[in-house]
Design a protein around this ligand. Sequence first.
Ligand code: G
Ligand code: G
Ligand code: MN
Ligand code: NA
Length: 251
Amino acid sequence: IILENDLEQSLDNDQIRLFYQPKIDIRSGEIVGLEALVRWQHPLLGMIPPLEFIPLAEKSGFIIPLEQWVLRTACAQVKTWEQEGRQVVPVAVNVSQIHLMKPDIFQSIMSTIHELDFDTQLLELEITESAMMHNEDHVISILNDLRRAGISVSMDDFGTGYSSLSYLQSLPIGCLKIDRSFVRKITTDTDSRAIAEMIISMAKQLGLTIVAEGVETEEQVALLKEIQCYNAQGFYYSKPVSADEITSIYL
Ligand code: G
Ligand code: G
Ligand code: MN
Ligand code: NA
């Protein structure tokens, strides 16, 4: 209960931070994108990871202002990098199922974009496979609006949500992110490897790009290259870090 009240105040109290994790092209080692990940800097409890407060925020509805703040902050950061003359890459923000279901989500995103005069080509939304499986007609229509506006959508945690192939084909998405539960076992478990290979060949058929999540070892990188998955994100390259660290390391 205490945590919940604190959470509602966290934005006003300037306790929410945004970290960024790079997405890397395995072949060149170049950065190709960033994922924005939220953190709660609690005055007494220290840094609280999202897994502990996102569910709470989803229950209370606070997730909506929180994710609106994430979108604004991430876009403003990329805009700043651009104005400083740095090389910029697209930034991805996570959108929860509750936010996705909000009837005016598209208008709300576009109003932030316009306010910041932000290039939609530099924005990506990550939506989990399971969130996309609720109210399919609504999801398809929002995704179509986003695509027309130049904003691409990635399916996050792919492989965990059992979406049907026909639904996948009907979704206007640009990218599948292979869930890290498969990537973790990719070099040791033949089933995980087989699943990853199947996802990759299917993505190719559907014209989607692929990102492997949770890449931690050189062996995983080598195997991903072998099975032709060329984008990766994970501790092997970098954990999520502050904007300042992204600036000094990558941009
Ligand atoms: O940052 P970390 O690696 O601890 O993230 C844990 C989980 O929290 C991930 O599944 C990530 O997608 C999720 N997460 C981080 N930021 C956000 C956000 O802004 N919105 C939602 N819905 N999930 C987020
Ligand atoms: O579900 P989503 O892809 O949004 O999750 C991002 C989460 O994954 C964050 O909590 C981030 O800290 C975590 N993460 C990122 N890279 C790795 C990794 O290589 N290994 C593990 N175990 N977690 C990772
Ligand atoms: Mn994500
Ligand atoms: Na994920």
